[in-house]
Design a protein around this ligand. Structure first.
Ligand SMILES: [Cu+2]
Length: 118
């Protein structure tokens, strides 16, 4: 009886272990939304993460369709959210690159695009 109980919970423990290993700060959502189209250039790009961020080592850069930096370089972190003001950079595909250090000391990074115009 006891043996069969242990056997049945072992796979659950493995699943919990895997969950802990991947619990870094991942991108939860963004504004403008990932892959979305907006009519005019937004004033800022804001990202929400699944964990609190360390402000000193977390930043966002944004480039326009011509590959020019359009962010002000002044990323602001507030808990699990960070935001950077951007200048109008015309229409086309904007790319957002983010790099974060979460409070669990793990770094994660990623990028996505959104469309401006039409
Ligand atoms: Cu982590």
């Amino acid at each position: 009886m006891r043996h069969s109980t242990l056997t049945s919970i072992a796979p659950l423990l493995l699943l919990l272990g895997a969950g802990d290993a991947s619990a870094h700060a991942e991108l939860d959502r963004a504004e403008p939304r990932v892959g979305n189209k907006v009519a005019s250039p937004p004033r800022a790009v804001t990202l929400w993460f699944t964990q609190k961020l360390e402000p000193a080592f977390s930043n966002i850069t944004v480039t326009n369709a011509a590959g020019e930096r359009v962010d002000t370089g002044k990323t602001r972190v507030n808990g699990s959210q960070m935001s950077v003001p951007i200048r109008a950079g015309g229409s086309g595909t904007y790319r957002v690159n983010w790099h974060v250090l979460s409070v669990d000391t793990h770094t994660t990074e990623g990028n996505f695009t959104f469309q401006v115009g039409q």
